[in-house]
Design a protein. Sequence first.
Lengths: 556, 111
Amino acid sequence: MTDFIAAEATSSTSRTLTITLFLVFVAITLAITIWASRQTKTATDFYAGGRQFSGFQNGMAIGGDYMSAASFLGIAGLIALYGYDGFLYSIGFLVAWLVALLLVAEFLRNSGRYTMADVLAFRMRQRPVRTAASVSTIVVSIFYLIAQMVGAGALVSLLLGIKADTTFLGMDAGTAKVATIILVGALMIVYVVVGGMKGTTYVQIVKAFLLMTGALVMTLLVLAHYKFNLSSLLGDAAEQSGKGAAFLEPGLRYGIESDSASATFYSKMDLLSLGIALVLGTAGLPHILTRFYTVPTSRIARKSVLWAIGIIGVFYLFTLALGFGAAAMVGGTAITAQDKAGNTAAPQLAQELGITFLGGDTGGAVLLAIIAAVAFATILAVVAGLTLASSSSVAHDFYASVIKRGQAAERDEVRVARISAFVIGAVAIVLSIFAQSLNVAFLVALAFAVAASANLPAILYSLFWKRFNTSGALWSIYGGLIAAVVLVFFSPVVSGSATAMFPDHDWHWFPLSNPGIISIPIGFLCGFIGTLVSKENDTDKYAELEVRSLTGHGAH
Amino acid sequence: MTTEATPTEKYVAVQNSPEFSELRRKLRNFVFPMTVAFFLWYALYVLLSAYARGFMALKIVGNINVALLFGLLQFVSTFLIAWYYSRYAARQLDPLADKIGADLKGGEVTK
């Protein structure tokens, strides 16, 4: 183990290189964005990238949208600090794709046009259902956006080598974090406003390629260091972690067994809650759902999910090596010294690998810079995808259908989408500044819980339940959404614990940090009850929805 | 909000046709049980992580324990189910869907 950022000279080489590489990425992606903006003429171009992407391209783009800072930085960090428990995230995030593949992707592609609400409102009264879908799209996206931007803030002080007592361009670490969050926010707004879905999709593809390559190289180096002996990597990780064999078993982070029976019970419930939220959340994430509209047919949507499962699955196997590699080669003390939540474990590992394999401190600085630039690229691409999904929903669902009652001119609709991207971006920037102490994988898990509670029940009922109606849709979306958000607000995540958003206050009464185990059943139950209390039942429209969703007839 | 005018009776007729019933049956008979299966398999993994620590901690080879193996098996099962579904869909569902779609297009239900 070396001291992190050993020499001032290293730090400055790395800093220059990181900034240069990052600027190169920004320049290339902005060029793509401007090119894409020239190809963006219709609303279909802006919302759905012209529906011309291939299965592999969209699979990569889905990977780009999904392999967020939470995956790369958050999961690697959790594995590095808590060992096996971090792996749980990878598994939940991957298995979740089966829900999307089997129950959602193709049917959504066949029956919708631009947004999730197209399917939810298909056989319902348009205005209330689209309003509800728009609200939940924005809430989920904002939770997710905060996670990404907090990740960017955590990275920057490491990448620029700003320590507590030093400054960069006159900024101390705290100011630099805020400045980074604002910079990332501003760039994402540019991608979305200028490039629309076409630009954003290409940015995702480039980013997915960079991230997979970076993670592959690091994985190979870690394995090479341990002579491709997985067991000795695990053994070293367990030893360096100071926790011994327990590091390789479940229970250091979730489901902690303590002397208090109730604390143990709640901790285990929290583990189950997290597990459920992870697996059911993916198919309710608006920025993932809108991806299925960028391909010409449902068959290609299926193919793109298959590609995505392959790409994402392999990537999560890499994170296993990265996390345990960071634990073994960097060590828990050095990681928590840099970032308490472990978000910087992967870049720290990159530096250590560079020192080991590329000849000393300079090599360390180079590899750190490359991986750091990849991590920034990752964050930028994901926030762009999220902003696009939520601004599309504001424009297409709320503005065009609710305010203009379906009479909006296409050009106005796209203009509203661009304005919304500004506003949503700005809100996310402000909120992110307050959420900086939280682990990003954990924040993403909250977004998953909200998506699984508010969106998934309504989507599944819409597609498969003949009796479902407007009342049921509203009950399930608002019921699931309110349950999830209220439980989070009164959880130890927001107040009453050392790592809470408001650590000095305590208004929490809900014992779990992830609300999924309560709020997801509430979402399904509300949808069921809400449906039965209303007599409305448009069986003719359901005939159209079912025939179209299964056969692809009349698909946009 | 659909922009095209679609004769509802046609859709209802298709929905009630034997071909469509067969497509729906083949789809639901595959995806619903498969969803239940992978969800239970995943739930088993999460429950074991929470409540069967001793079992998960058993070492198989070197430092590789049951917990890690179980986790990796979730990857394997996910890949296999995805592959199996795509094969099933291509062989059993797509031809039926194409036939019904072509019949619909043959009628006047077009964009």
